[in-house]
Write a protein that binds this ligand. Structure first.
Ligand SMILES: NC(=O)c1ccc[n+]([C@@H]2O[C@H](COP(=O)([O-])OP(=O)(O)OC[C@H]3O[C@@H](n4cnc5c(N)ncnc54)[C@H](OP(=O)(O)O)[C@@H]3O)[C@@H](O)[C@H]2O)c1
Length: 355
């Protein structure tokens, strides 16, 4: 009977009757990461969820995100702590009219299977709001973690507000085949820029040039970076979208034009390092070329969140934005997925399909 009716029906009946029945599974971090994250740093535990109050929804995760910030941020939490992260989840019971059953939300619920929250309340500081996914069929709802979610908005606002890229300018992107980088390159092409990417394999570079329309892409593991820049950016570089940091960023910033703009988005090249690497001094390039270098967190545009999502949705519908996903499977494989993404297994966005 239960199987025939489906989980949603069962959850609604129990929740309307006020009987708490749903048991959530969640990852708790017990040990700070050293080097790559390990399964033994975590424990999966179960908790029984309480009864829905007015305004609350119960969700069931369908896709969980693995993102580089997870490796970098956990040191800021007191242990043990619930693992942070975004997810796309289905609303399976609701006492909030704006968030009806059957719809999908993107939320910062962490690595857990089921969640109760009031999506109408403002998010905790540093977290993103819980948002209803627009109708994106025939595309998968997992795009709410990628081009139509946090990485998509990072690309949109980082490029438009920080780089302020203009038609005819040359932009260089590191981490170019990942979720943010591959998206930045496509928006920059749509603006009319020359786009040069650096990524970690020949296959990724071929994907960037042939599928996404990058003008040039180079394998940073095998290329001479200076020669690659001369070859790929004959008019030098106006904008640099920095996803990786380290020596490659110094080399690129030394190859920029006067008044170039650098969007410092992340520094994944050192996230797994306990001791931060030393790189060649950057100040001469910044001073003599009068560069504008600005770090940013995408949360800066939390009040304009929908603007970014809608702009990316428009590009998707116009056929100007392609996407690729590396899909891992199973709630038990979250750590493998996180490590795989940090090692560069993904082209495009890395996500985990929960079931
Ligand atoms: N500021 C913000 O608000 C914000 C928001 C989202 C993301 N970010 C940052 O943006 C960057 C990209 O994030 P994402 O979500 O799009 O991840 P991603 O690029 O989809 O995945 C991470 C990629 O990093 C690359 N990588 C790993 N080790 C590297 C190394 N030593 N040197 C160069 N590249 C390396 C790998 O690709 P390869 O095969 O090419 O090495 C891997 O696929 C990260 O630094 C992240 O922290 C910042």
């Amino acid at each position: 009977m239960a199987k025939a009716l489906g989980f949603t029906y069962i959850a609604n009946r129990f929740y309307s009757a006020g009987v708490p029945k749903v048991r959530a599974q969640k990852y708790v971090l017990n040990k700070y990461f050293q080097g790559e994250p390990k399964k033994s740093d975590f424990q999966i535990i179960e908790e029984e969820l309480s009864v829905l109050k007015d305004g609350e929804i119960l969700t069931e995760a369908e896709f969980l995100s693995v993102d580089p910030y997870m490796r970098a941020y956990m040191i800021g939490y007191k242990l043990p702590t619930d693992m942070i992260g975004g997810q796309v989840a289905k609303i399976i019971a609701s006492r909030n009219k704006k968030f009806p059953e059957g719809k999908y939300v993107a939320g910062s619920f962490g690595w857990r299977t089921h969640t109760i929250c009031n999506p109408s309340l403002p998010p905790k500081i540093g977290f993103l709001p819980t948002t209803l996914l627009p109708d994106i069929s025939p595309h998968p709802v997992s795009l709410g973690l990628g081009i139509l979610g946090m990485p998509g908005n990072t690309a949109h606002f980082g490029l438009k507000e920080i780089c302020q890229a203009k038609p005819g300018e040359t932009i260089v992107i590191t981490g170019a085949a990942g979720a943010v980088g591959s998206h930045v390159g496509q928006i920059a092409k749509a603006i009319g820029c020359r786009v040069v990417g650096f990524a970690g394999s020949d296959e990724k570079c071929e994907y960037l040039e042939k599928d996404l329309g990058f003008d040039r892409a180079f394998n940073y593991k095998t290329a001479n970076i200076k020669l690659a820049l001369k070859d790929g950016a004959p008019k030098r570089v106006d904008c640099y979208f920095d996803n990786v940091g380290g020596e490659i960023s110094t080399t690129i910033m030394n190859f920029m034009n006067y008044y170039g703009r650098v969007a410092v988005c992340g520094s994944i090249s050192s996230y797994n390092d306990d001791k931060l690497p030393k790189v060649t001094i950057l100040q001469p390039a910044i001073v003599f070329k009068e560069l504008k270098v600005e770090g940013f967190l995408v949360n800066r545009w939390i009040d304009r969140w929908d603007e970014g999502i809608n702009a990316n949705l428009k590009l998707l519908r116009e056929g100007k934005l392609k996407y690729n996903e590396k899909i891992y499977h199973g709630f038990d494989n979250m750590v493998d997925a996180l490590v795989g993404m940090l090692r560069g297994e993904n082209t495009g966005k890395a996500v985990v399909k929960v079931k």
